[in-house]
Design a binder for this molecule. Structure first.
Ligand code: ZN
Length: 484
């Protein structure tokens, strides 16, 4: 096999592996080489043929060790980050090392203590693996690619284990969530189908506002929010759900916000990519966040639909589009933070900094110092940049980023890993920051009501980090694979 030329350390590389990876593995049983006969307990079965699943190939390296290959985004082999797969047919106390060997990125929060997520059928709440069992390093056996290895000890033979890059949030979960909201018949919550994806999935548009604001001829101040244009950025959906849950609640702040503003939310801009388990792209391999300038109705229908709506609102003299916020997740930075635009007009530039400054006061995980304003050519096709150029001086456009891993609270150095609940809390804080921005605080009833807490899935006991059998033999099992 011809040696491939090596890529620059931080540039990523363009192809996954010499052997093309077609689809996801489907109930793939790994048998020791030369083994004939029925699979036995301990012959692991890998599967990723489910919604948002991603695992393209499994190579057994030794009795304990497996090389795992991420399936590249559909029609775009450059992106390989998201993984999500199950393992079953395990033996009790079976120890394994899984190496994810074909990441397309080199910088990673794995360097800073991030760990993959795990759950199992008897412990269905996602948790992060203990960071001490996770290694991230350049591996000579994989053309010096960066490899993430983690050690794991299976403990229950009947369980199916699932591993993922971050908390999954599927299209079906999202549809069920919206169905449940619709059933509540709230007169300030509206759901419509703004369009369809290439594979005929729904592009949902939510409107949250007091019915008074929807009367014929009423003037509207609109806050437009979008999420999941990048399908692997699942924290985007938790933040977005946090925003929605707060805005539809009976919290006094939410009531005031509904009276004064119209929230238009398209929480899932890339439903096909989400369904398929892609990281960055749509079914046809497009990074939709680079196509705002000229979205095609057949190749980028969801983006086209949202852009049409925004232009329509822009042209409506009764509508003032005041904010556009596109929610993403970041694979190398900590905290929540924002990207904004650069304007010639100094005053506009200063005013643009107000919202992130206020958000920083409300959310302990949001960092104003990580917030930045740019006009890089590479980001010209993003929603923020395009709309920042289109809309007039009263509108502000931001990308809201949140770390895939953790946040650092001011004055400390300890990284606090994000949970699903912490992502949703950031969403609630984004929503209530509009109260400060519009100086609506005097209108809130003077009742001390705590911020609503969302229902959490029941926490089931896992023989957590502390009670796992320590993997003392790791060095022996992974000779040559440990970081220097
Ligand atoms: Zn993104």
């Amino acid at each position: 096999m011809a040696e491939r030329s090596q890529t620059a350390p931080e540039a990523g590389n363009d192809m996954g592996n010499e052997d093309a990876i077609g689809g996801n593995v489907s109930k793939y049983t790994v048998l020791p080489s030369g083994y004939c006969g029925q699979p036995k307990k301990g012959h692991l079965i890998f599967d990723a043929c489910f919604e948002s699943g991603n695992l393209g190939r499994v190579d057994q390296v030794s009795e304990f060790e497996y090389d795992l290959f991420i399936r590249p985004d559909t029609c775009n082999p450059r992106f390989r980050v998201w993984f999500n797969f199950t393992v079953e047919n395990v033996k009790e106390s079976q120890r394994v090392i899984f190496n994810i060997v074909n990441f397309s990125k080199t910088k990673s929060l794995y360097r800073d203590g991030m760990a993959p997520m795990v759950k199992s059928t008897s412990r269905p709440k996602w948790q992060r693996l203990p960071p001490k069992n996770v290694y991230y390093y350049r591996c000579p056996d994989h053309r010096k690619n960066y490899v993430m290895s983690f050690a794991f000890c299976f403990d229950r033979e009947e369980d199916i284990y699932q591993f993922a890059y971050c908390y999954p949030y599927t299209y079906t979960r999202f549809q069920h969530y919206l169905d449940s909201l619709q059933k509540r018949n709230m007169d300030y919550f509206f759901r419509e189908q703004l369009g369809q994806s290439v594979q005929q999935r729904q592009l949902d548009l939510l409107t949250i506002t007091s019915p008074d604001n929807l009367r014929e001829g009423a003037e509207q101040k609109v806050v437009f929010i979008t999420g999941r244009v990048h399908p692997g950025e699942t924290p985007s959906s938790f933040v977005c759900q946090g925003i929605i849950d707060f805005l539809i609640s009976q919290h006094p702040i939410a009531r005031v916000l509904r009276e004064h503003l119209v929230f238009k939310i398209a929480p899932m801009l890339n439903p096909d990519g989400v369904y398929l388990g892609n990281y960055r792209c749509s079914l046809m391999g497009f990074d939709l966040n680079r196509h705002w300038l000229d979205p095609s109705p057949w190749a980028h229908p969801t983006l086209h639909g949202v852009k049409q709506l925004i232009i329509q609102m822009y042209n409506d003299p009764k509508t003032s589009l005041e904010f556009y916020i596109d929610i993403h997740a970041h694979s190398t930075m900590m905290n929540g933070f924002m990207y904004g635009n650069i304007f010639e007009d100094e005053e506009r530039f200063q005013r643009q900094a107000i919202f992130p400054k206020l958000l920083c006061q409300n959310a302990e995980d949001f960092s104003y110092s990580s917030t930045s304003f740019n006009r890089d050519a590479v980001k010209a096709g993003t929603g923020r940049r395009f709309l920042g150029g289109l809309l007039d001086h009263t509108s502000y456009c931001y990308t809201l980023e949140v770390s895939f891993y953790s946040y650092i609270i001011g004055g400390t150095t300890a990284a606090v890993p994000y949970t699903e609940e912490a992502y949703m809390k950031l969403g609630r804080n984004v929503a209530r920051t509009f109260l400060d921005y519009y100086r609506l605080n005097p209108l809130v009833e003077r009742v001390a009501i705590p911020m609503p807490r969302l229902r959490c899935p029941t926490s089931l006991s896992w023989p957590g980090a502390s009670s796992w059998t320590p993997l003392v033999g790791l060095e022996d099992l992974s000779q040559g694979y440990l970081p220097p």
